[in-house]
Design a protein around this ligand. Structure first.
Ligand SMILES: O=C(O)CCc1c2[nH]c(c1CC(=O)O)Cc1[nH]c(c(CC(=O)O)c1CCC(=O)O)Cc1[nH]c(c(CC(=O)O)c1CCC(=O)O)Cc1[nH]c(c(CCC(=O)O)c1CC(=O)O)C2
Length: 348
């Protein structure tokens, strides 16, 4: 049987006209779904991702239940780090914890290269299962960006202020740039392997880079991001950049060779457009609003859709990941509302 793939998300990512606004949600797989929570009682995140059939099922669940226009591979930004020599453990209530943090140039030099076919074959196998057999929407592959990965690698876990990360960046620039280079090489190799396996778009999560000011972003981060995206551009799949609390960097991202600027909830889309963001925009409902009564969700969503649809090239998403306490019915109802409301406006 031939499958028809819903291309709306890819069209919007490329800035083309669509007949409805496509939607997907960061952290749509898992968390809020009872089926996933049941699996999670038996297996950890790493255990799920090592089983391609199960991981593909978890990735597919939200597509089937919510009718979103794209799937995002179930795994974590930490997934490639053990193969580089980092001892990563995901601890309930805390997040990723690393017991051998990076403290010196010598530690950076010890990091090993990623060989996707050997180190993360299970990721590639899951992508193949999903894209060659199962999905009727595009699959988004992803990676953490060097700054955000480095923040976990240097702090040893989640952090509020990234003080150790910044201190390392300012006091050990040689080690910092060596680390950015190694992580940059990893991101390029890892993402290319995901595309080769079948991922149709890529999101780079620089979730915590908003902690830096514009000047430091330009000096310490932008060169590696330019190198990463220039190399990924060769693959001809849409590239999405995303970070939290990073509105002040949105114009910097607009200059990178990417296709889509992902916004959190802080910067209204019409303001982003007025600032000169001309690429496709993705976002940006505050995920906390999903806990409000439906009337509030609908009103806020309408306002965001009206701003997004003012120009071709718009993808609806939350400003960050779905909270575990959000009801699956809400996510389903929201996707359906976005489809209907945008189709009625765009057909005029
Ligand atoms: O606050 C922190 O720094 C730790 C956050 C944390 C990470 N992995 C983690 C946790 C603990 C947790 O989510 O409960 C650990 C983590 N990652 C993930 C899960 C699954 C789940 O939430 O139920 C979990 C929880 C697993 C567990 O509790 O055992 C899966 C994950 N991480 C990620 C993605 C990609 C996506 O967002 O769609 C996805 C999979 C796709 C999906 O669920 O639909 C990406 C990720 N992981 C991580 C980050 C950094 C920033 C952030 O989390 O907001 C980011 C990027 C981002 O969301 O901005 C780090």
């Amino acid at each position: 049987m031939t499958r028809t793939i819903n291309e709306t998300f890819l069209k919007a990512a490329r800035g083309e006209k669509t007949d409805h606004v496509p939607v997907w949600y960061m952290r749509q797989a898992g968390r809020s779904q009872p089926e996933y929570r049941e699996i999670k009682e038996k297996y950890s995140l790493f255990e799920i991702t090592h089983q391609p059939e199960l991981c593909a099922y978890v990735t597919r669940l939200p597509v089937e239940q919510y009718n979103v226009d794209a799937a995002i591979l179930y795994k974590d930004i930490m997934t490639p780090l053990p193969a580089m020599g980092m001892n990563v453990e995901i601890k309930g209530g805390i997040g990723p914890v690393i017991d051998n943090p990076i403290q010196s140039l010598a530690d950076v030099e010890k990091l090993t290269e990623l060989h996707p076919e050997e180190d993360v074959l299970y990721v590639l196998d899951t992508i193949k299962l999903l894209t060659k057999e199962q999905l009727n929407v595009p699959l988004i592959g992803f990676s953490g960006a060097p700054f955000t990965l480095a923040s976990y690698m240097i702090e040893g876990g989640p952090s509020k202020n990234y003080n150790k990360t910044k201190a390392f960046m300012y006091t050990e620039p040689k080690a910092w740039f060596a680390l950015m280079d190694k992580l940059g090489d990893m991101v390029i190799t890892y993402v290319k392997s995901q595309i080769k396996a079948g991922a149709k778009a890529i999101q780079i999560f620089d979730s915590w880079v908003g902690a830096l000011n514009v000047e430091d972003y330009r000096y310490f981060i932008k060169p590696i991001m330019n190198r990463i995206f220039a190399s990924l551009k060769e693959e001809n799949v849409p590239l999405i950049m995303f970070g939290v609390g990073a509105s002040h960097l949105a114009l910097e991202w607009n200059d990178l060779p990417i296709d889509v600027v992902g916004l959190d909830w802080r910067l209204p889309i019409h303001q982003a457009r007025a600032l000169g963001i001309h690429k496709t925009v993705q976002g940006n409902l505050d995920p906390a609003i999903l806990l409000a009564p439906w009337e509030v969700i609908e009103e806020r969503t309408k306002a965001i859709l009206d701003q997004g649809m003012a120009q071709d090239g718009y993808i609806f998403n939350l400003g960050h990941g779905v909270f575990p306490s959000v009801k699956p019915e809400t996510l389903k109802r929201l996707a359906s509302f976005i489809h209907e409301y945008s189709a009625s406006k765009l057909s005029r």
